[in-house]
Design a protein around this ligand. Structure first.
Ligand code: ASP
Length: 204
């Protein structure tokens, strides 16, 4: 999602491409915001997306998630996510990851967020939307914490990374661990950790 134009692209239930997030990126200039299954595959072919190696196609149960948010020097923000879903879910399930207002959102006027965790709970709580609405008055850390607190109503484990429009960031999660990394022009080197507290000295 492009926070400057509010353009959105998403693909779901796609196995044949090496970088589904690049297919989603190519959709930013198109009218649809979410294509799944055969439609996603056809769009990937149309843009000449790099095919997946046979060995890199996730096996059933193979799932990992990466969420990323960024702000450039002009103050434009963006968010992206890519996931293999969650083990044991129904065939055809699409979780929160490609759904704006659920697994991600970006708006230059407020900031950006990406979430990972139990998609049904993230979607039921509209966590990304709540973060974006909370950002202006509360800042990145409080907005992240308020969203994670909403999980008390639905259950489920999740974590959120949040950027405000000035480049401040916050992280919150109710899972025991949450892998995070940050890079910024004011940091001498990228930092990474497996818990929000590992990066605590770098955000307010
Ligand atoms: N949120 C993803 C989903 O429910 C999974 C994850 O973040 O690990 O599909």
């Amino acid at each position: 999602m492009d926070g400057h134009t509010l353009a959105i692209g998403g693909v779901g239930a796609i196995r044949e491409v090496r970088h589904p997030v690049s297919v989603a990126r190519a959709m930013l200039d198109e009218t649809p915001i979410l294509l799944v299954g055969e439609g996603a595959r056809q769009f990937a072919t149309h843009i000449g997306a790099e095919p997946a190696d046979a060995g890199s196609i996730p096996s059933p149960g193979g799932c990992d998630t990466v969420g990323c948010i960024a702000r450039d020097q002009a103050g434009h923000v963006a968010a992206a996510g890519s996931t293999g879903g969650l083990e044991g879910k129904m065939v055809g399930r699409v979780g929160d990851t490609p759904l704006p207002g659920c697994g991600l959102y970006a708006d230059d006027r407020a900031g950006a967020t990406a979430l990972s965790g139990e998609g049904e709970s993230i979607a039921r709580g509209m966590l990304a939307a709540h973060i974006l609405f909370a950002l202006p008055g509360n800042g990145a850390l409080a907005a992240a914490q308020m969203a994670i607190t909403r999980l008390e109503r639905t259950g489920g484990e999740a974590g959120a990374i949040v950027l405000d429009s000035d480049g401040g960031f916050g992280i919150a999660h109710n899972s025991a661990q949450f892998s995070v990394a940050v890079a910024a022009d004011w940091l001498d080197a990228p930092r990474a950790g497996t818990h929000a507290d590992d990066l605590r000295e770098w955000y307010t």
